[in-house]
Write a protein that binds this ligand. Structure first.
Ligand code: NDP
Ligand code: MG
Length: 389
């Protein structure tokens, strides 16, 4: 039987990678729903390839354009996820949640009710709203797999264990474009330099987060939440070749390492299939085994990456401070990309904002619902504009 699937954020980097994978195995998948923000042309193209009957377009103008332009096609088009009851009459087998930013949280919470399995790439929703996601997963008995490469690796290594067996987790960081630069030179970098990631090909926002090491701060928080661990059990290691993604130390003395080529196709592919009988094997460049002769793992230079100090401010339980962090960083990265603030100001302002008394209090507040997260997100963005422009 064909697997019924939905792809949220189908026009993005993760979404398109998944589309390319299932194109090779079309007879085993029925795409029930695609969702994106603005890119209606790509959505239409994808809908034609898989004969998709339902599309959600968030942006009003693009929604109206799609409706007008493609009105003779038998595609039902919706503007938001409130319509999910109309769209889905039975449970999906698999959903990919790959909308970017905090905007991904609401669709993720809604679709968990409608899918047997969800693969979540959207790290912002895990960081800001894991307690809400986890509650829905348990209530609806929905299986969850993380997609971010480090978390997919950890998940693969620990899935047959009780999480209480985990002693320590090491997640690796490439170090980004400035790993070998002296600190004095880093102070003057331009967006163009910061965007040049040595190993991964990614969007602008996540590339800047890799340069500042903010991406790894986010990934430590993601690890804490998903695997229910204390911060002290998670360590960042520099691994500039990026082929080891995670190392797990178990309390039974075992240390497991997961390595694969630096390509998101691999974790995404492996979230799709449930057992060996259904797997179409992956056509991808494989990791040259000789590279494993020299693991070359190093400790992080905290002076070079001052944003890693943020981890001291994050509590072991999820709190609303993570929403402040995600929203503030997002706005500051935008300002840096538009050359309105410097690289140093991006980092200094983020650290300063988290220490403002009005935001520090959120460290003790656990999000009760999505409205609290959304309201705080809007407020923090306005505050950044007030402070920095
Ligand atoms: P992209 O920016 O490439 O794509 C984002 C997708 O989300 C697009 O389809 C976009 O639609 C859609 N979208 C954005 N806002 C909305 C909205 N309000 N409603 C509906 N759809 C929306 O992002 P990536 O694919 O790179 O990343 C997706 C998520 O996965 C992010 O959270 C990222 O941090 C995480 N991730 C990404 C990795 C990567 O290698 N790319 C690795 C690990 C995690 P449109 O095209 O119409 O704008
Ligand atoms: Mg990652």
């Amino acid at each position: 039987m064909k697997k019924k699937i939905a792809i949220l954020g189908s026009t993005g980097s993760i979404g398109k990678t998944l589309i390319n994978i299932i194109k090779q195995d079309k007879k085993n998948f029925e795409v029930i729903l695609l969702a994106a923000n603005k890119n209606y042309k790509e959505l239409f193209k994808q809908a034609k390839i898989f004969n998709v009957k339902n599309i959600i377009i968030n942006d009003k103008k693009s929604f109206l354009t799609f409706k007008k332009k493609y009105k003779n096609n038998k595609i039902r088009i919706f503007q938001n996820f409130e319509s999910l009851d109309k769209i889905l009459k039975s449970k999906l087998d698999y959903t990919m949640s790959a909308i970017s930013g905090i905007d991904g949280l609401d669709p993720t919470l809604k679709i968990i009710k409608k899918t047997k399995k969800i693969a979540i790439a959207n790290k912002e929703s895990i960081i800001c709203g894991w307690n809400l996601i986890d509650k829905e997963l348990k209530k609806n008995k929905t299986k969850f797999i993380p997609v971010d490469s480090e978390h997919f690796s950890i998940w693969s290594l620990v899935k047959d264990y009780n999480y209480k067996f985990i002693d320590k987790i090491y997640i690796t960081a490439s170090g980004g474009p400035f790993l070998k630069w002296p600190i004095s030179k880093i102070k003057k970098v331009t967006p163009a330099k910061a965007l040049k990631h040595p190993n991964w090909s990614m969007g602008k926002k996540i590339s800047i987060d890799s340069a500042t090491m903010m991406n790894k701060v986010f990934e430590v928080i993601e690890t804490q939440r998903i695997f229910n661990l204390k911060k002290s059990s998670i360590k960042i290691l520099i691994h500039d070749k990026s082929y080891i993604h995670a190392i797990v130390e178990f309390k039974n003395g075992l240390k497991k390492i997961l390595a694969h080529d630096t390509n998101m196709k691999i974790p995404i592919f492996n979230t799709l299939y449930d057992n060996i009988n259904e797997v179409k094997f992956l056509k991808s460049k494989n990791l040259d085994i000789n590279k494993l002769n020299n693991l070359d793992l190093k400790n992080l230079d905290k002076k070079k990456f001052p944003l890693t100090k943020i981890l001291n401010k994050i509590s072991n339980k999820g709190s609303l401070l993570e929403t402040v962090l995600i929203s503030a960083n997002d706005e500051l990265v935008n300002l840096f990309l538009k050359k309105k603030i410097s690289y140093v100001e991006l980092q200094k302002n983020l650290l300063r904002l988290l220490d403002l008394p009005e935001f520090r209090v959120f460290r003790k507040k656990i999000p009760k619902n999505i409205n609290e997260i959304n309201k705080l997100n809007t407020y923090v963005r306005l505050k950044i504009k007030e402070l920095c422009i």
